[in-house]
Design a protein around this ligand. Sequence first.
Ligand code: NAD
Length: 260
Amino acid sequence: MLNEKVALITGSTSGIGLATAHVLAAQGINLVLHGLMSIDEGEELAAEFSAQYGIKAIFDDADLMKVESIERLIQHAIEQMGSVDILINNAGIQHTESAENFPLEKWNAILAINLSAAFHAIQYALPKMKHNNWGRIINVASVHGLVGSVNKSAYCAAKHGLVGLTKVLALECAEHGVTVNAICPGWVDTPLINNQISAIAEKQDISFDDAKYKLVTAKQPLPEMMAPEQIGEFILFLCSESARSITGSALPMDGAWTAQ
Ligand code: NAD
């Protein structure tokens, strides 16, 4: 059923987005890859996906800080691929600092990339999904869309916002064959969290691996990082016909973090 659908995954040059791209491509889903990478590198990545999985794949380097780039990203995707059936708002950044010392430009960037970009992408992609009476919108939020942590004011505000946006869009799309969900992962082993691990290693004079273990177990009862592919498999399920009644949900995949 998913064979030949088109998925646009923001931030698919790294981490969860890249792993999800592999999971979807293995099912024959065509891809719009996206992220901060040179056009040459991005086109090479897309060519590798096409060769490995026999799918159509293109790349776009739109900067999600700019609304007009997001509009162009969706327009180009629809022009070149025919539609965007599955929109995965995954790109995100992090910065940790107390609220009183939080740099304004970091606050603005986190809100723009982690929240507003998803809103804009949905706005531009939705008419075609509604027209086709089929669509899947999956917002990669975080456990921090459900609970707070110190030094993450911008990230938590953005991710809680993304969960709220998910609920409203699910209501607005319910009669149009389009499901809208948020995934709320705990710790996932990707470059996004390396700064936080390095800061612990430096402060406590311990190895990177020991610092990683400390970071994970501080809040997450399951004492291991998730692999990004696990998130990809979860996303694939949400795209399936079996998941057509799951909409408006903020779904934790968090090793019991929010069970406490
Ligand atoms: P990552 O750093 O590996 O990947 C981030 C991606 O976003 C990259 O492809 C990057 O190019 C893209 N990106 C960043 N800024 C951009 C911009 N201005 N314009 C366009 N693209 C931009 O991170 P990841 O861990 O794979 O994170 C993916 C998503 O998962 C994020 O939304 C993150 O908040 C969320 N998440 C991550 C974890 C974790 O523990 N890693 C946990 C919960 C949620």
